[in-house]
Design a protein around this ligand. Structure first.
Ligand SMILES: [Zn+2]
Ligand SMILES: [Zn+2]
Length: 145
């Protein structure tokens, strides 16, 4: 059965987490800093994202964790800007895209795992975008397609 990909909005047959294979590849290439098809990105702009990450920590094995809790980490990183973001997605006052924009999911994974071991602690690492700013390589006004 075909379902709609939550990133490209196209009906595709093979999907994981409601993201199609093509979009999964784009997501992987963005997150792991692999090269990305130049047709998919704006050459003159990049996207500066600020993430807030709730990172679990614990001592001992995941199956028997102790001293556990969550640490809030703030990270800023710059990525290629995908052409799926259009001028209407951007606030021209500050060149920012709404941090709740669903397509920003291209730039991070939801990790249903602490990342420290087997994951049997059931402590999820959660990532959210709190700021998405379009950066211009040129000293010009930012205008998207
Ligand atoms: Zn897709
Ligand atoms: Zn764990």
């Amino acid at each position: 059965m075909n379902t709609v990909c939550k990133l490209c909005d196209q009906k595709k047959s093979k999907q994981q987490d409601n993201i199609c294979d093509e979009c999964s590849t784009i997501q992987y290439n963005l997150i792991y800093r692999r090269s990305i098809d130049e047709k998919l990105i704006y050459p003159q702009y990049s996207l500066e994202l600020t993430f807030v990450i709730e990172q679990p920590y614990h001592d001992g094995y995941c199956s028997d964790p102790c001293d556990k809790g969550y640490e809030t980490v703030r990270e800023t990183a710059t990525f290629p800007l995908l052409r799926i973001f259009k001028d209407a997605d951007m606030d021209h006052e500050n060149d920012e895209i709404d941090s709740d924009h669903p397509k920003l999911t291209y730039y991070y994974h939801h990790t249903a795992n602490c990342g420290l071991g087997s994951g049997y602690c059931y402590m999820d690492k959660t990532t959210s975008v709190v700021k998405a700013k379009v950066i211009s390589d040129l000293a010009t006004v930012v205008t998207l397609d």
